[in-house]
Ligand binder design. Sequence first.
Ligand code: PRT
Ligand code: ZN
Length: 210
Amino acid sequence: MKNLKIAIQKSGRLNEKSVQLLKNCGLDFENYKSSLITRVNNFNLEILFLRDDDIPGYVAQGIADLGIVGENVIDETQVEVSYLQRLGFGKCTLKIAVSKDSNIEQLSDLNGKSIATSYPVILQDFLTSKGINANIQEISGSVEIAPGLGLSDAICDIVSTGGTLKSNGLKPFIDVKNSEAILIGRNGIAEDPTLCELLQRVQSVLRAKE
Ligand code: PRT
Ligand code: ZN
């Protein structure tokens, strides 16, 4: 039988929990060292270690059959993949935040303002749905620094504890989207017997945690 391929994050916030989940499913393999692809010794599966941003695209194109990635990244990438299972880790919220002494107080105050973000697609959808016309400044990281430098009036970024906002003189203004890690699959994978076996194991690991 052909091996399935699952793409997980190579390093970063989702790597450890993704690896742990697969190990708790009884899979025997080595975590990422230098090889970007590894075989599971006791299951028909290979693991690809990728940047999280690339995972939805690999799965949508069928290069990987499965992937574990944050919902925020799936939505931003705008590709067609199937949601197979919510995984309950990597929880965070994409929020718009403003400087702690900002005079932006209600949504309509964002009209004509500039918002720095690494999530222009999700942010634009949100603003459009609320009828707000703001100027999105796309930057790839360290977004929290933008208002203090005068680059933008607000930011839209991922928040978990809120510590980063606070230490950069910002306060949360409005929630745009909640996110958690999701097991995704390429179209047509749902009936695959190897996937069905893996999914059963994943679900029993998740149930044991409840
Ligand atoms: O290298 P690669 O591209 O794979 O990784 P990355 O650097 O793009 O992503 P990474 O590893 O930082 O995050 C992977 C995923 O974890 C994200 O896509 C989210 O789905 C999820 N996640 C959960 C988070 C956070 N919590 C989080 N707190 N992603 C990022 N953050 C950052 C946030 O950007 C901000 O700078 O942490 C900071 C805020 O944290 P608090 O606790 O101070 O609020
Ligand atoms: Zn990334």
